[in-house]
Design a binder for this molecule. Structure first.
Ligand SMILES: Cc1cc2nc3c(=O)[nH]c(=O)nc-3n(C[C@H](O)[C@H](O)[C@H](O)COP(=O)(O)O)c2cc1C
Length: 196
């Protein structure tokens, strides 16, 4: 079973992120690229600011919320991060959620569905890429980048156009290809860790 987690990065009331994530989840389910697609909303995950005493690479977690988050991320084979840019940077809840864990992110493909004004959220993407590299994730080139003025009406209803659909299809395909290619590597790493 290959599982895609679509993570909603913004947590404020009235956010657009959830609407965009729901569109992408429906698109992912239709595509059949993954056996299972799950919407993971950081507003529902409800993590506090990182409050673990040990470095996440230790895997020693004292809090139940960390263990729940660890189990969620460990269960995924690929991630789509649905993110706005706040003051040209990544939203704090997303950076915090990434920092909480370590090995759970390793050797998994990650792609972006970003959105915003003229830069369509891409400043946040560029800020996050070095972070993802340290977490040993594998960012894919394909991306969905949405200028909100073009795709969202005054009532907050999303109007996906063909270029959006095409970009989503390319992103899903890239994530699925990498998820299959990386699965044997992750299995080998798990066997190696277990043998030591
Ligand atoms: C704190 C804050 C900072 C923002 N900074 C930017 C920005 O730097 N660039 C941009 O394109 N939009 C910016 N926006 C506008 C967002 O693109 C827009 O509000 C979007 O709906 C935010 O995503 P969300 O609704 O999922 O929170 C900002 C919005 C907020 C709330």
């Amino acid at each position: 079973v290959t599982r895609l987690h679509v993570i909603v990065a913004s947590t404020r009331p009235g956010r657009v992120g959830r609407t965009i994530a729901e569109w992408f989840v429906a698109r992912a389910e239709r595509s059949g690229d993954f056996d299972d697609v799950r919407l993971v909303d950081l507003a529902e995950v409800g993590l506090p600011f990182l409050d673990e005493p040990d470095h996440p690479s230790s895997g020693r977690y004292v809090h139940a919320h960390t263990r729940r988050w660890s189990a969620s991320v460990a269960a995924a084979d690929a991630f789509a991060l649905v993110t706005p840019e706040y003051n040209s940077g990544a939203p704090a809840p997303l950076k915090n959620a990434l920092d909480f864990l370590y090995r759970e992110w390793h050797d998994k493909p990650v792609g972006f569905v970003s959105y915003g004004g003229s830069a369509a959220g891409t400043h946040a993407v560029h800020m996050l890429l070095p972070v993802l590299r340290v977490l040993r994730m594998v960012p894919v080139k394909a991306a969905v980048a949405l200028p909100l003025r073009r795709v969202l009406d005054a009532d907050g209803v999303l109007h996906p156009d063909q270029s959006m659909e095409d970009a989503a299809a390319a992103l899903l395909r890239d994530l699925a290809r990498l998820a299959s290619a990386l699965a044997p590597l992750r299995a080998a790493e798990a066997a190696y860790s277990a043998s030591r």
